[in-house]
Ligand binder design. Sequence first.
Ligand code: 5CA
Ligand code: ZN
Length: 438
Amino acid sequence: RLVRGSWLRASDGRARNDTPTLVVGGYYSVRATCLALGRARATGARIVGACVPEEVGRAHRTIDLGEQAGLYVCGITPYDATHLGHAATYVTFDIAQRVMIDAGAQVTYVQNVTDVDDPLLERAARDDVDWRELATSEIELFHGDMEALGVIPPQHYVGVVESMTLHSTNVARLLERGLAYTVDVPAAENAAASAKDVYLDLAQQPTFGSVSHWDREQMLAVFADRGGDPEREGKRDVFDPLLWRAERGGEPAWDGGPGVGRGRPGWHIECTSIALEHLGNGFTLQGGGTDLIFPHHEMSAVQANALTGQPPFAHHYAHQGMVGYDGEKMSKSKGNLVKVSVLRREGVDPMAIRLVLLDQHYRTDWEYTDAMLEAAKERLARWRSATSNDRGDAEAVVAEFDKIWLPKAPVLADLRKAGKAITAEDYLTERLREIRLI
Ligand code: 5CA
Ligand code: ZN
């Protein structure tokens, strides 16, 4: 199938959707998905839906895909990318997209890039570089890593800066309808006298909590660490999310129009606006890491509900477990990073990296070790050699492969029983192509 998409933003100066990517088959995946599809395949069933990641905190369920499916995955904040945690997230949703395509859906995949945000500005200031240059170089690095990892690009790759009017327009609409309110900026913060921040009034939003299903205590435990400002004076509720941050001296700002004023959007409204614009309300699946369940996905959804009056924003959610290293979550703020670009520079085959990621269950937290990479390199070499020689070792590799990825579906044996002429080499070659390892 031909899938159109590219990693270009409108502001990159070239038209989007101009890079066709050839996808060969491609539904093998993290084990859960594979299990369902493997079973369906083995029985010769026509696959009309795909078992993809879970609802938050709930059991697996099958998503009925229509002909048109919308996928929105939260993109990077472009500094210190791409570490293996990011890569795990985007490879997982690459699988999700391939599953949907394979099930016959026309997938519109949208990803944002948070190209203006506090942590990005802080990093640029620390390193004494222009924040725009930092963002641009990190985005380029990310695209190179994604291409090397065989990730199909989204149809719409959208930056916050280039879509600024979407955000300010939505903030203005919420203010006009009395669903948002303004808060004075403290005098010490170097803003114009008339400057006001804008917050959403959660008391008017009955759907708040319907994405995470968390109680207020759970929410409070992480809110401040994940960009929230529970202590901010003048807010009506501690969790009311920031929609628009009025300009402070020295910070980048855009004209938000009447009622909104100069400033920049809050984090969550960015994903609300970009998804509504490019997918519409009620799209199929929103993804990201588990660190985004609350507040980010909760707030993005509640803001969309406030704008449209028609929940749900996304019908389904799936979250990649956190990848750790040296005993902690791999994160830019802690600096315990293993970067894809560094491994590539060291000469590691990106397909060995992809294999490390595919060998984990997407939903479970896991810790990366160097031994995993060594094992993946060795396994990859063995699998490749089994498809390219006639020493007859393909049978053993097929058995291993099926044990890992198709535990309930001894496909080769089934095919033989059904009288299909297929060799172990043929079979393995086909399987490895499908997960892009050869
Ligand atoms: N720009 C926002 C999303 S709108 C953001 O969270 N950016 S990020 O650069 O911090 O992360 C990019 C993606 O990688 C997010 O989906 C995030 O949930 C995921 N992620 C970050 N760290 C890890 C990790 N250690 N393991 C797995 N996924 C991670
Ligand atoms: Zn997001």
